[in-house]
Design a protein around this ligand. Structure first.
Ligand code: HEM
Length: 335
């Protein structure tokens, strides 16, 4: 009897002990990031970021999309280390002039505003890379999408890679195989590719990113046969073949451009995906991506859950962890 009491007492103690451990060390990721990283050093950081993002989105709804994209373009080059945020100088070339970013990546001023607000509360503590990850989460939530707990503790790079930005981030006319490969190289699978591509449920694209498919997809003078005829006409009016400004913009999701929802997938089913790389996820015959598009078009909750999982996975791509990297004072410059 005494023996049994002892056993159950130690069992209870063990359980209480592990509960306490969980309490003090919740969700410790294997790569060194964890969600309460700033609990002591900057307890209000997430509230501060959220409030600056909310203000910016109120002023211009598109900022939500721009901030989400910055996190993606950061993570695909040298990991999520804010390398994208560094400005060029006379003796330093950053990533802002790389093909996927030039005249296109935006929202850097909002990141500056977030950083100033955070520095005021806790100087020298919160990395720019973590700011991008939290701002992306807040942007999705504000746009009506899911929320998730962001693992934190990334540090900022002391360098950038224009070659990495040009090579690792897929182009809007990449093939299905190239998309799969570029995601795979970052540890992301076909499910991640499909749900993360649905980041295009918000935001805008310039004509230059999709004009090829309106007039001359493969060099035979014919448009992409997978584009819906009405949509093709509309896009051709916005982006005439010659003589005008290819910087005109149009929504990536024409049905609900500022709402994070499943219309991205529904558009693909009716030939209204804007980029070649959007539409081919659906039109590539017999592909797993096509089946996934059909599934997520009808299962909003499954999409939200998977998006949260996949973006956490993306946010975990080779982070810089202490003692490597630094906490930049100004996101545009190394200290
Ligand atoms: C799968 C490969 C992808 C390709 C080829 C691609 C390409 C593009 C292109 C060409 C644009 C328009 C740029 C312009 O014309 O200025 C764009 C915009 C955007 N992309 Fe992607 N993208 C991809 C994946 C993603 C992912 C994974 C996310 C985030 C999870 C994302 C989020 C966005 C957002 C939100 C915008 C709109 C930005 C704004 O309005 O400022 N994209 N993308």
């Amino acid at each position: 009897m005494g023996q049994m009491e002892n056993t159950s007492t130690s069992l209870v103690l063990m359980l209480v002990g592990s509960a306490l451990m969980l309490w003090f060390h919740p969700i410790q990721a294997q790569n060194g990031l964890f969600h309460d990283y700033y609990a002591k050093s900057c307890p209000k950081v997430e509230a501060i970021i959220q409030s600056v993002v909310a203000k910016a989105v109120k002023k211009e709804a598109r900022i939500a999309a721009s901030l989400l994209r910055l996190h993606f373009h950061d993570c695909f080059v040298k990991g999520c280390d804010a390398s994208l945020l560094l400005d060029d100088t006379s003796n330093f070339t950053g990533e802002k002039t790389a093909n996927p970013n030039r005249n296109s990546a935006r929202g850097f001023n909002v990141v500056d505003n977030i950083k100033s607000a955070v520095e005021k509360a806790c100087p020298g503590v919160v990395s720019c890379a973590d700011i991008l990850a939290v701002a992306a989460r807040d942007s999705v939530l504000i746009s009506g999408g899911p929320s998730w707990v962001v693992p934190l503790g990334r540090r900022d790079s002391r360098g950038a890679s224009i070659q990495g930005a040009n090579n690792n981030i897929p182009q809007p006319n990449s093939t299905h195989q190239t998309l799969e490969t570029k995601f795979k190289l970052k540890g992301l699978n076909v499910v991640d590719l499909v749900v993360l591509s649905a980041g295009h449920t918000i935001g805008l694209s310039r004509c230059t990113s999709f004009k090829q498919r309106l007039y001359n997809l493969t060099g035979n003078g014919k448009p992409d046969p997978t584009v819906d005829q009405g949509y093709l006409k509309q896009l051709r009016t916005l982006c005439p073949q010659t003589g005008t400004d290819d910087n005109q913009t149009t929504p990536l999701d024409p049905v609900s451009p500022t709402k994070f929802d499943t219309n991205y997938f529904k558009n693909l089913e009716v030939g209204r995906g804007l980029l070649i790389t959007d539409e081919i996820l659906y039109t590539t015959k017999g592909s797993e991506t096509a089946a996934l598009v059909k599934f997520y078009a009808r299962h909003s909750q499954a999409f939200f859950q998977q998006f949260a999982k996949s973006i956490i996975k993306m946010g975990n791509i080779t982070p810089l962890i202490k003692p490597r990297g630094e906490i930049r004072k100004n996101c545009r410059k190394m200290n």
